[in-house]
Design a protein around this ligand. Structure first.
Ligand code: ATP
Ligand code: MG
Length: 237
């Protein structure tokens, strides 16, 4: 079997929330492809369906119609495919960065990163080593033993990024990762994501309202009223 080489492939994806009179079609026939190492932004107004698209790709929101492939594997086709272990796929292939970074309050920065690896069966000593490297890379070595309550917003966000990267995910999904940050920290986070796309050959999809943050991205998808209304390739001018 020839493996599809896209990191993410979305084919005519439709998501309808609810039923009957209160049904909301949040995503309408959306299609896109993201290659390994590609850095993609999803831009659009509030309520246009960006988070819905990202959570469908993140395997936490079941598409109503259409197909979804992650790393060449069909995971949804008119709903989740039976026989696919979504949780395992999520743990092994995907890394999430959300605005609310959801760090575990009673674990230190380093333990928050380690736990992501340990649930994947990585030994404690390997998890410790990799989490130290990641925190260093994110200029957080000096905060490894701190608890989330004693970290700044930008520092917590970087811990969440370290955690999302811990298992070398094929696909990194970030929903408004810079919304809580000032411009400088926001740019730092984006630069880091760019670096990781190159170094790990990860596909990175970032939802943002902020056009200023998409400098250096490979492609931008514009979402409007549940539809992908256009995409533009960047970096050629
Ligand atoms: N669980 C849900 N049940 C019903 N409708 C929902 C649900 N989640 C989202 N919606 C609706 O689907 C549409 C798309 O929502 P979505 O959260 O994807 O938008 P968004 O582009 O991420 O917006 P924002 O920029 O404000 O985060 C909106 O009309 C929203 O009200
Ligand atoms: Mg959203």
């Amino acid at each position: 079997m020839v493996k599809n080489s896209c990191a993410v492939e979305v084919k005519n994806l439709t998501k309808i929330y609810g039923k009957g009179d209160t049904a909301v079609t949040a995503l309408k026939n959306a299609s896109l492809k993201v290659m390994p190492g590609e850095l993609v932004a999803i831009l659009g107004p509030s309520g246009s369906g960006k988070s819905t698209l990202l959570t469908c790709i993140g395997l936490i929101n079941e598409p109503t119609h259409g197909a979804l492939l992650i790393d060449g594997v069909v995971v949804a086709d008119e709903g989740w495919l039976t026989g696919i272990d979504l949780k395992q796929m999520r743990r092994e292939k995907l890394g999430f960065i959300f605005q609310a970074h959801n760090l575990i309050p009673f674990l230190t920065a380093q333990e928050n990163v380690m736990v992501a690896m340990e649930i994947n069966g990585v030994t404690r000593s390997c998890a410790k080593k990799r989490s130290s490297q990641l925190l260093e890379l994110l200029n957080l070595g000096h905060r490894a033993a701190h608890y989330p309550t004693s970290l700044s917003g930008g520092e917590s966000q970087r811990v969440a990024i370290a955690r999302a990267l811990a298992n070398y995910p094929k696909v990194i999904l970030a929903d408004e990762p810079t919304a809580a940050l000032d411009t400088e920290n926001g740019k730092n986070v984006m630069n880091l994501l760019k670096k990781l796309a190159v170094e790990n050959n990860s596909a990175i999809m970032v939802v943002t309202h902020d056009q200023r943050m998409v400098e250096g991205f490979d492609r931008i998808y514009h979402v409007s009223d549940g539809r992908i209304v256009g995409d533009s390739e960047l970096g050629e001018e």
